[in-house]
Design a protein around this ligand. Structure first.
Ligand code: AHG
Ligand code: MN
Ligand code: MN
Length: 336
């Protein structure tokens, strides 16, 4: 039986011509190990005692689940002493995590959403981990401001989906490759070598329960989708909402679609700029989607062009198949 190319073998081949790639390759190995550990915990669920709330909130005022905190700790534990990272930042930490002085600091900044789709944990729904890697300039220990790099500065971005199979999907800025966890080998094996988002789609993903709060361009677009074949778009649409951005974006990387978490009137009243976070949700997913031939936008600007001003900055998100994302962007342009 064909064994398949492992993640490490793939990286060895694809990074052969990259200067100083050894640390990045090893860091991706550490991330893969963390994801395998988490995949195991997610899979064992109640048996591992990891379900339920942690009884505290994160800096964004969101209730933390036990697994949010465990996942954050697993990532710290597997990366802080390797000499490959200069610092870590995540959804679950108010400020960045400095590498303790007893350990050597490396050159990469790792920014991550330890567990995406936390509300799915207790119902055995799909969840994931999202990560983004940038370089730290200079020899000094990083400060929060060093993490505020635009999406185009990412040297690598990816996610691991914990679903019926666990899959690691990543980009090094030259296409997107997907690896399925082979539990028998305890390794990720290349199964989806060149993931592409088809330009056309008839599938949309949005939490429609918020429709009363939507702004005019999104309202108009979804009304047109729902109008189907006889409507102005002339296509019958299908709707899917995984409740986990990783689940939705993975589906879009497999068969196309448009994912939307737009700015709405309720957020504006609450002084929020969106729901999803730029540095560890929108940027890494935006790079993957663009690298797969799709489009990632806020409605006004390309996500990857935003100059971040805060570790936990939120942004409106429209991403996926080019034709449909462009259509919603056009509706934003004609509304201004
Ligand atoms: P997280 O669990 O990391 O806080 O992220 C949840 C995000 C995203 O994964 C998902 O698309 C969205 O929140 C779901 O939001 P709603 O519950 O508003 O549908
Ligand atoms: Mn998330
Ligand atoms: Mn999360």
């Amino acid at each position: 039986m064909q064994q398949g190319v492992t993640l490490d073998e793939f990286l060895a081949e694809h990074m052969a011509n990259m200067p100083d790639a050894a640390d990045l390759r090893a860091l991706l190995g550490d991330i893969a190990t963390a994801c395998i550990d988490l995949s195991d915990l997610v899979r064992r669920g109640e048996l591992a005692g990891v379900l339920g709330a942690a009884g505290q909130e994160n800096v964004q005022g969101e209730e933390q689940k036990k697994l949010d905190i465990i996942a954050n700790d697993v990532f710290i534990e597997l990366t802080e002493s390797t000499g490959r990272v200069a610092g870590l930042a995540s959804e679950e930490m108010d400020n960045h995590y400095p590498i303790p002085e007893k350990h050597q600091r490396g050159r990469y900044l790792l920014t991550f959403d330890p567990l995406d789709g936390s509300s799915n944990i207790d119902v055995n729904g799909s969840t994931g981990t999202i990560f983004s890697i940038t370089e730290h300039a200079g020899d000094k220990p990083p400060v929060d401001a060093d993490f505020l790099q635009s999406g185009r500065q990412q040297v690598c971005a990816g996610y691991c989906l914990y679903s019926s199979a666990s899959m690691l999907v990543l980009t090094l800025g030259n296409g997107v490759a997907g690896f399925t966890l082979d539990n028998k080998r305890n390794a990720f094996v290349l199964t989806h070598p060149n993931m592409k988002v088809p330009a056309a789609t008839n599938e949309f993903a949005i939490n429609a329960a918020y429709s009363e709060h939507w702004q005019a361009p999104v309202k108009k677009y979804i009304e047109q989708c729902v109008a189907g074949k006889e409507g102005p778009i002339g296509k019958a649409f299908n709707m899917r909402w995984a409740g986990s951005m990783v689940g939705d974006i993975h589906r879009i990387l497999c068969r196309g679609g448009i994912f939307m978490y737009p700015l709405d009137e309720r957020m504006i009243k609450e002084g929020k700029d969106g729901k999803l976070r730029l540095l560890y949700e929108a940027n890494p997913m935006g790079l993957l989607i663009e690298q797969a031939g799709g489009m990632a936008h806020t409605g006004l600007v390309s996500i990857l062009d935003i100059a971040p001003d805060n570790l936990h900055q939120r942004v409106p998100v429209l991403m996926g198949s080019k034709e449909e994302v462009q259509r919603v962007v056009d509706y934003h342009a004609s509304a201004t």
